[in-house]
Design a binder for this molecule. Sequence first.
Ligand code: SF4
Ligand code: SF4
Length: 93
Amino acid sequence: MKKKERSLERIERRFNKEKKVIERLKGLKVLVKREMTRIIREKCDGCGNCIEVCPFNVLKIEKGKAVVKNPERCRKCGACVSACPNNAIILED
Ligand code: SF4
Ligand code: SF4
């Protein structure tokens, strides 16, 4: 087999492989999670105010500090920020 034919075959094989991958990816949904609420751990004293006021169950206490448990549920209402006595919560844009 000539050199040119061999390289054409190689290119075709590679192309078919990539085509199969693209076909498989078409069926997948891509979920991008964006964290809207951020807790400054050093400032948090674990009082739990933010957890009580959050209407969407975004936050929870873990090892004595607030953590963002369900970031995708945050509606940026700001209730947790107002309830925090230590300014430990930041709402990202
Ligand atoms: S901004 Fe509102 S929805 Fe988001 S974590 Fe704070 S209280 Fe919950
Ligand atoms: S209200 Fe502030 S200090 Fe209290 S648990 Fe939430 S982040 Fe921590």
